[in-house]
Design a protein around this ligand. Structure first.
Ligand code: HEM
Length: 476
């Protein structure tokens, strides 16, 4: 009876599909939830609600509605839901899943400053990314044009950029401990939106069941925490207070500065949570984008050829790309934008919640309601995109071949909680992609074409595929 009462929508709440008793609409989210939710919005409107086992959740769809909530009512939609899973994982602290509070402001500010100070704001940093690009090229070269799965190498290369900011150091591609940690963490990104995780949020007592994928999630999280605790301690050795070498040092300075303040959110535990969140948020997303980009280049040789031509014309005599070259490469930019639009790396964003009572399109949403932002529905919004189901970099170019920004393009989301790594991700994607395509021709092994159906999770990634990276000789 309690479940049935919980399921009832309060007056003025957005309507939605009828829930099944007890589990609500959880089962409908089993396959491609972003596609299912967009279809539902065609029936119930851009803003509607679903029932996740008694947790009434508002779903925002389409550019207009998402902009109204995340941008025009930025603060109202800036919270994260207090779900049992997040409570268990990071006690609603850290950064990414932190409640909209003083703690979030403090952690976000520190992370943004550190990313600027140790990353994009530093002149040498671009050179460091280029160095990592060369490590990646060398490692790919070892396959001598034969088929290989690029996931492992791309993940290592990309995570090293965040590692430089967080620990001041890269990890070598044969560092099995680090790789193992990333694997467990990315498995959790997948499991976090599995049916079992949704069930756990609705019925936390299933924690005591000896089976279920949520157990694997907890187990992985504990191992990841131990690893991060160890490396954080290791990299803070030799620290000189107020002379931070990286994010961990900068955090410890803050921790010490606020030691006497009982309201301070800085703690050793929150340091580990935020380190983990920054590593995974930076790695999983950028890696997936590059893996999709490689796959689409092999799938569309004519697009790849145009990329090659543009790179060769700008980078005379095979010189390394720099960020300055970006303006001269509108086609490369268009390809990367179309990959982000079409592949929907974070299709449902990261779950939000209302920080106060909200009014949208005549509906009333109480404070603390969970909110899903269907970013996929923005990128496939027919009002803003022609033939959204077609992969076409051309849509980001004007008649003269210049790059054009498009409004309904939100891979990094919008508002208070929008991605803080956007600038870094853009630097990485451009430099990695251009360096790879400058040197290699990408093709599938004879007679194979991998599926473009994504592997589902909090992020969408390609299913494992093999590719041949054949050295090319630049025409100048
Ligand atoms: C949040 C996308 C790269 C760190 C987010 C969100 C999205 C996103 C959709 C959710 C924002 C919301 O709640 O509405 C992406 C994509 C990336 C990328 C597509 C690459 C192509 C990065 C990088 C970092 C990063 C490189 C840092 C190393 C974060 C953090 C948050 C976040 C910390 C949480 C922000 C907060 O809660 O205040 N990202 N991201 N991301 N991203 Fe990214």
């Amino acid at each position: 009876v309690r479940q049935l009462v919980k399921q009832r929508r309060p007056p003025g709440f957005p309507p939605g599909p009828s829930p099944i008793p007890i589990i609500g609409n959880i089962m409908s989210l089993a396959t491609e939830p972003h596609v299912f939710l967009k279809k539902q919005s065609e029936v119930h409107g851009q803003i509607f609600s679903i029932d996740l086992g008694g947790i009434l959740t508002v779903v925002l769809n389409g550019y207009d509605c998402i902009r109204e909530c995340l941008y025009n009512q930025s603060e109202v939609f800036a919270d994260r839901p207090s779900l049992p899973l997040f409570k268990k994982m990071t006690k609603m602290g850290g950064l990414l899943n932190c409640k909209y509070s003083k703690g979030w402001i403090e952690h976000r500010k520190l992370a943004c400053n550190s990313f600027r100070y140790f990353g994009s704001g530093q002149r040498l940093f671009e050179r460091k990314i280029s160095e990592e690009c060369m490590f990646l090229v060398d490692a790919i070269d070892q396959h001598k044009g034969k088929a290989f799965n690029p996931k492992h190498l791309v993940t290592n290369a990309v995570s090293n950029i965040t590692n430089l900011i967080i620990f001041g150091q890269r990890f070598t591609y044969d560092d099995h401990n680090f790789q193992h940690m990333i694997e467990l963490f990315s498995e959790n990104v997948e499991l976090a939106v599995s049916g079992w995780a949704l069930l756990y949020n609705a019925f936390p007592w299933i924690e005591y069941l000896p089976f279920g994928k949520h157990q694997k999630l907890f187990f992985n999280a504990a191992e990841v925490y131990d690893f991060l605790l160890r490396v954080t301690k290791e990299f803070s050795q030799g620290r000189v207070p107020h002379m931070p070498r990286h994010y961990v040092d900068a955090y410890l300075d803050e921790l010490e500065r606020n030691a006497g303040d009982p309201n301070s959110s800085f703690s050793y535990e929150n340091l580990i949570y935020s380190v983990g969140e920054l590593i995974i948020a930076g790695t999983e997303t950028t890696t997936n984008t590059l893996r999709w980009a490689m796959l689409y280049m092999a799938l569309y040789p004519n697009i790849q050829e145009r990329v090659h031509r543009e790179i060769d014309s700008v980078l005379a005599n095979g010189r390394m790309p720099t960020l300055e070259d970006k303006q001269k490469m509108p086609y490369v930019e268009a390809v990367l934008h179309e990959v982000l639009r079409f592949c929907n790396i974070v299709p449902l964003g990261i779950f939000r919640a209302t920080s106060q009572d909200a009014n949208v399109n005549g509906y009333t949403i109480p404070k603390g309601t969970m909110v899903i932002t269907n970013l996929y529905s923005v990128h496939f919004d027919e009002k803003y995109w022609n033939d959204p189901g077609v992969f076409s970099p051309q849509r980001f170019l004007d008649a003269n071949g210049n790059f054009v920004r498009r409004e309904a393009f939100l891979p990094f989301s919008l508002g208070r909680r929008q991605c803080l790594g956007e600038q870094l991700a853009r630097m990485e994607m451009f430099l990695f992609f251009t360096t790879l395509l400058q040197r290699f021709h990408l093709q599938f092994p004879m007679g194979t074409i991998p599926t473009i159906a994504p592997k589902l999770g909090m992020t969408l990634q390609p299913k494992p595929y093999s590719i041949c990276a054949v050295r090319r000789h630049q025409k100048s």
